[in-house]
Design a protein around this ligand. Sequence first.
Ligand code: BES
Ligand code: ZN
Length: 627
Amino acid sequence: MKPSNALLYFILLIMTSCGQPKVVEPEVYTYVEESHSYAKPNNAFITHLKLDISVNFETEIISGTATYDIKNNNSTQIVLDSKHLDIESVTADGKETEFSLGAKDKQLGQALTVTIGKNTKQIEIVYKTTKDTEALQWLKAQQTADKTHPFLFTQGQAILTRTWIPIQDSPQIRLTYEANVKVPKGLMAVMSAENPKEKSQDGLYHFKMKQPIPAYLIALAVGSFEYKAISERTGVYAEKTMLTKVHDEFSDMDKMVAAAEALYGKYAWDQFDVIVLPPSFPFGGMENPRLTFATPTVIAGDKSLTSLIAHELAHSWSGNLVTNATWNDFWLNEGFTVYFEMRIMEALYGKERADMLALISRQDLDEELESLKDTPNATKLKLDLKGKNPDDGMNSIAYDKGYLLLRTLEETVGRDKFDAFLKQYFKEHAFSTMTTEKFGTYLNTNLLEKHQITFNMDEWINQPGVPENQAVINSDKFTNVKRTLEEFLTTGKIDTSITTEWTSQEWVYFIRNFPKTMTVDQMKHLDSAFNFTNSSNSYIQMVWYEQALNHDYHGNNVDQKIEAFLTSVGRRWYVETIFKAFKRNNRLEDALKIYEKSRPNYHSVTATTIDDLLGYEPEPEEEELLK
Ligand code: BES
Ligand code: ZN
């Protein structure tokens, strides 16, 4: 390793034999060139962040100071990422120092270069967020469940943390953090850190994250919510009117943690809580350490959509403990996590349920391959996102092809060997980063060569599409669903004694597999039998609304329901699927009419995606808000 290429990393937490994190110093690792951060960590890098900020709901601005402990490798500059931030002043070891902001890049923002001395240990930045901040979504009371208090949440992944904190925003740079956060009295604040369980009297909160994490995992939510424990180490935060429902829905969380630990080693983050956010949250879930952020659309009342929790929990190993070194290696985060999610679901609920989830993933993969057929490079696991917003390159290939690769490996080498390998992999690379190439080498040495197995890893990683040796996924439950659907299509009848037993996965599979030739009458028949239009399960709603659009079905007031769904839910995957269906079925005008109304409820990541999809150009003031 060239010294110029080596990054001194003064705390490396490793897992000791008893499983407790231990601090070892100093350590060295290689910084891989990447195109989504201006940071030059070989010169100087942040090891610890202390935030002193206040959250103002009237001005919709966060302001305060950020103090950084830095490691300086004899440099006279430290470079941070910043985007749409108002930098007021900077000090180095207590004395005012010079700083400059580089040219603006639409995706990356600006390099913030601070002059430091060769012995500088600490810098401090006084700053404010602006109206253009992309990470933050400020919600009015009306946009929440209780409709009594405003709400704020952040979304950092992939490169948005720099829009609310000046930071070295590369997944390769890990830091610990603490924060003093002032919010209006009567509101509670939580972060991806040690969290309060009750509201404070004065609106002041203190946080500490003692394990080093990449910047994209720094997160904050502010609103009126309460905590309810599930076990000593798991629990939920939700608005008052939802708390009991949320608690019931996620009551298996502790069992999930236990199942995950049995597979791949001790949970490294002490506490595993989930906060259910307002419905505009742009993702199903986000794996912020110690505190997963989740959409309320998974609260179905029957625990049928809780694989999302298994997924975000799995990131506590794949992603948060062993982190993709660059966004080109995103499949290392998501593919591993989907594989792990399926294993947790299998451990808790059995093989039948896991098989259904796996086959849904397989079908998602086919759909994604079809939609990317003109851009085959986008179907490679190793991506090339240079010059692109990483958010645009993150399609479901990383998830579903990544999953299929790992499942294929499992079937090739056998589950016992694969599990032992993965457990070792997480243990050896805890609190560090991984590239696709480094993983390939590790896999070769520790699994394939060890057991004399040949495997076409290069084809899986660097070629488009799916190799021949892919695992074949079957589900008996879904075979029955297909049979029921075919019977209905030929006889016009459906045996409801079979369907009463169906889970939401079976319904989703049933609806998604309607043939092109499905008629409006058949749609009507099914809707009167099962009332899909008014389903209380968001996943069923999404796939049904897509089919209503595909088959020109307008019964049961479905058009109004679709509009209501799109104006209340901001989960990007749902919203995008439905708007794509409008577009595919030549109903762009209708889509734009709805979008005018729904857009103000969307977080910037959803709005950006839908703007592109529908060719929507926001009015200038609104653009200022969502840029
Ligand atoms: N980390 C992702 C969400 C994400 C990905 C945010 C890329 C920003 C950029 C999260 O773990 C995730 O995958 N969420 C999925 C859940 C699902 C696959 C169970 C989602 O939001 O739908
Ligand atoms: Zn994920």
